[in-house]
Design a protein. Structure first.
Length: 133
């Protein structure tokens, strides 16, 4: 008989399983710290986030504009962190040239680019609207 493995029990017994919600939060902050220490693009996106947030305050962007801005800005940073995770996993799996690994890395990078396509035009529109009033 071909029986499916009980993945739930395997996951719950994993030594890597998070013990509590607060452990999950602590590990997430460790991940943010790691990304900001080691990833140039995360630092770059954080710099853009701070610069444009201050600029938006100066020119008087509306509250809905700030909300849209933060969704796009943090989405871009989150995509960059996911891309970094994909790259680390791929590099761990093999150092060989592999078409599937290349595709996975390209798709991770594409996710960041798509967020950039939302982030930067949105910022341009917000500035244009604020300055034209």
């Amino acid at each position: 008989m071909n029986q499916k493995p009980n993945l739930h029990s395997e996951i719950s017994q994993s030594p890597m399983r998070t013990k509590s919600f607060f452990d999950s939060i602590r590990y997430a902050f460790k991940g943010i710290g790691y990304a900001l220490k080691t990833e140039r693009n995360c630092k770059l996106y954080l710099g853009f986030l701070i610069f444009f947030f201050v600029l938006n305050l100066i020119v008087g962007v509306s509250l809905p504009g700030h909300i849209a801005y933060f969704i796009c800005a943090f989405g871009a940073i989150a995509a960059e962190m996911i891309n970094t995770a994909i790259e680390h996993i791929c590099n761990y799996l093999t150092t060989e040239l592999d078409e599937n690994i290349r595709r996975a890395k390209d798709l991770g990078a594409a996710a960041v680019l798509v967020w950039g396509f939302a982030y930067f035009p949105l910022e341009g529109v917000l500035l244009w609207l604020a300055l034209s009033n």
